[in-house]
Design a binder for this molecule. Structure first.
Ligand SMILES: NC(=O)C1=CN([C@@H]2O[C@H](COP(=O)(O)OP(=O)(O)OC[C@H]3O[C@@H](n4cnc5c(N)ncnc54)[C@H](O)[C@@H]3O)[C@@H](O)[C@H]2O)[C@@H](O)CC1
Ligand SMILES: Nc1ncnc2c1ncn2[C@@H]1O[C@H](COP(=O)(O)OP(=O)(O)OP(=O)(O)O)[C@@H](O)[C@H]1O
Length: 240
């Protein structure tokens, strides 16, 4: 997905904050390019997933395969060496690089692969091994230089909790914390626990403190904010 499409989703998402799930699904559908004979593989999106270690192989698989299932053309997974054969065995559709724990990971991924990517997901099944995390931080710096849209989830959110400066003021990032990840991030950035009574205002405040990054807080009710506006999408109505 290009950054323009991402921007389109976000702006139209906020515009439709009063509407229901059906409108959100329509909005997402409208930015998926049609299949035509003039297009070739890759034009509908090339995604890189940074995650997958000895313990966790399912999470990066689901992130990468989901990008294909919603219309993307090519999904790469950059993971630790031990995780690669396992992730490859889940699907012949994924391109799996066993290099995220290598000493040359940052230069190899940054120079050879990032210029070809349209978006990047950081964190699913990444774990907390310092070499993996440091390599991901290095790759993230290059991704920012290239203005790549980023989604940061799971252990990626943990990484940001300990280094919020890495993404502060970078507008093309979406953080997707669950309840526990959100509470940790909130405490780290704002120095107090989130108030469940003012969940929407709290999320807006957190986004603002991070320079307007987009936050999708997951929970019984999801909250989406870019620090200027917030919405609680009602997607249950869209299922039928
Ligand atoms: N098959 C896989 O590859 C899996 C990989 N995972 C990866 O494992 C890594 C660590 O994830 P963890 O989720 O263990 O993170 P943490 O080690 O930060 O643990 C978070 C804890 O919070 C709890 N929690 C979550 N939502 C909660 C809620 N609403 N209320 C109260 N408690 C709640 C969880 O049960 C968990 O014990 C991530 O990188 C993640 O992607 C896991 O998500 C599970 C599956
Ligand atoms: N208490 C809840 N009631 C209903 N739906 C929930 C609840 N908590 C989470 N969800 C739904 O599950 C989605 C994932 O949230 P969850 O808290 O499981 O995040 P997660 O631990 O990061 O999971 P995953 O890694 O699978 O995304 C949310 O976007 C929300 O739609």
């Amino acid at each position: 997905m290009t950054s323009e499409l991402l921007g389109s989703i976000m702006s139209r998402g906020f515009m439709s904050s009063q509407s229901h799930g059906k409108a959100l699904i329509e909005m997402a559908r409208s930015v998926i390019p049609p299949l035509t004979a003039s297009r070739h593989k890759g034009q509908a999106g090339r995604t890189a997933v940074m995650g997958g270690c000895k313990e966790y192989t399912g999470a990066p698989y689901y992130a990468a395969i989901s990008a294909l299932k919603i219309g993307g053309d090519v999904s790469h997974v950059f993971c630790a060496k031990e995780a690669a054969p396992v992730i490859k065995s889940y699907s012949p559709e994924l391109i799996v690089h066993p290099i995220l724990d290598s000493s040359t990971a940052v230069s190899e991924i940054s120079q050879e692969w990032l210029p070809r990517m349209h978006s990047m997901v950081i964190g699913p099944g990444l774990g907390r091994d310092s070499q993996l995390v440091n390599n991901v931080k290095g790759v993230l710096e290059t991704a920012k230089e290239q203005e790549l849209p980023l989604v940061i989830d799971a252990d990626g959110v943990y990484m940001i909790t300990h280094n919020p400066a890495i993404i502060r003021d970078y507008k093309r990032v979406i953080l997707t914390p669950n309840v526990v990840e959100y509470a940790r991030l909130f405490e780290a950035v704002l120095g107090c626990n989130p108030d469940s009574k003012d969940a929407l205002d709290g999320a807006i405040e957190l986004s603002k403190a991070l320079g307007g990054v987009t936050i999708v807080k997951k929970g019984p009710e999801d909250i989406i904010t870019d620090g200027t506006q917030g919405m609680i999408p009602n997607i249950t109505l869209s299922v039928t």
